[in-house]
Design a protein. Structure first.
Ligand code: NAP
Length: 290
């Protein structure tokens, strides 16, 4: 039997509807949850992510302060803008869209965001809190994946999870969240140095692809009955598509769907969950300061 395709959009919508109710309660108290979104340059993918985030915020009754900077913006200028936003009582969250232009050091910029406003969960303080299991903002994509998994009628406790990709924003934090006691999976984290990727993936009850390589996970790498979560979002050329490209995940969907029990599509799987988790963090930031 082919896999059940997980409807990330529908699960995210439920979360966003709940957040909209909580946002309305705050607004009645005179608090308008607000995310400052800083974008330097005009990278087309970043423009589209920022647009999607701002639209979702508005739909949930939250505000966004859209700050567009030219690509030539200096690091010092960006750091002083973040300092201003950190002090602005009307701003509850600060998000700097990555990647930044090459002349700006991303680590410095992330570290400049007030941890109380770090709704992306990338600040070293947030990362440390996550690893120690202390309260703090969780990074949105890994948190979204765990939330999707929890929504499935399958036991996560003791499951064998394999994460392909060890980036600081997806793979590493995801591996960390999966091995927390409240999920209790046994986790293997793979990367380009991994030997026998195929056989490791085939052992996974939960297989999560976050490599940014279209079709890296072939059908034969999926164990029968596994849960497959495809985080990858890759633009592949397609002259027949209106935009000249289409989005493809890291998983070769058609053969994988024949072997998995549950699988996420791209688009419509993890992406909407990432946005829902961002909205949740903004709302929590606003609630915490009320
Ligand atoms: P990244 O920083 O480029 O990291 C990719 C990771 O995958 C690296 O750890 C790399 O290993 C590993 N990798 C690459 N090729 C591999 C291979 N052939 N075998 C094994 N491991 C391999 O990417 P990222 O920022 O984590 O993003 C990953 C993907 O998720 C991208 O497609 C991105 O667009 C997507 N994404 C989606 C969302 C969403 O909301 N849906 C959010 C964020 C990212 P090394 O460390 O050894 O180089």
């Amino acid at each position: 039997m082919p896999a059940i395709v997980i409807d990330g959009k529908a699960i995210a919508k439920k979360i966003r509807d709940d957040l909209a109710i909580r946002a309305a309660i705050l607004r009645k108290k005179g608090v308008f949850p607000c995310l400052a979104v800083v974008l330097a340059g005009e990278d087309p993918a970043s423009l589209s992510y920022v647009g999607a985030k701002e639209k979702a915020l508005a739909e949930a009754g939250m505000e966004s302060r859209d700050i567009r900077l030219p690509r030539s913006t200096g690091e010092g200028e960006l750091l002083s803008l973040i300092d201003q936003l950190n002090r602005d009582p009307a701003v509850h969250g600060v998000l700097v869209q990555l990647p930044l232009p090459q002349h700006i050091e991303e680590d410095k910029v992330i570290a400049a965001i007030d941890p109380a406003r770090d709704v992306d969960g990338f600040h070293p303080f947030s990362v440390g809190s996550m690893v120690l299991g202390r309260p703090g903002f969780l990074p949105c994509t890994p948190h979204g994946v765990v939330t999707l998994l929890r929504d499935l009628p399958i036991p996560l406790d003791g499951a064998r999870a394999v994460v392909v990709g060890r980036s600081n924003i997806v793979g590493k934090p995801l591996a960390n969240l999966l091995c927390r006691r409240d999920v209790n999976a046994t986790v293997t984290l793979c990367h380009t140095g991994t030997r026998n990727l195929e056989s490791i993936c085939r052992e996974a009850d939960i297989l999560i692809a976050a490599a940014g390589k279209p079709g890296l996970i072939t059908g034969s790498m999926v164990k029968k009955g596994a849960v497959v979560i495809d985080v990858g979002v890759n633009r592949v050329e397609d002259p027949s598509a209106k935009k000249g490209y289409r989005l493809r995940g890291d998983v070769d969907f058609d053969p994988a769907v024949e072997r998995a029990a549950y699988i996420t599509p791209v688009p419509g799987g993890v992406g909407p969950m990432t946005i829902a988790m961002l909205l949740q963090n903004v709302l929590i930031a606003a609630e915490q300061r009320t």
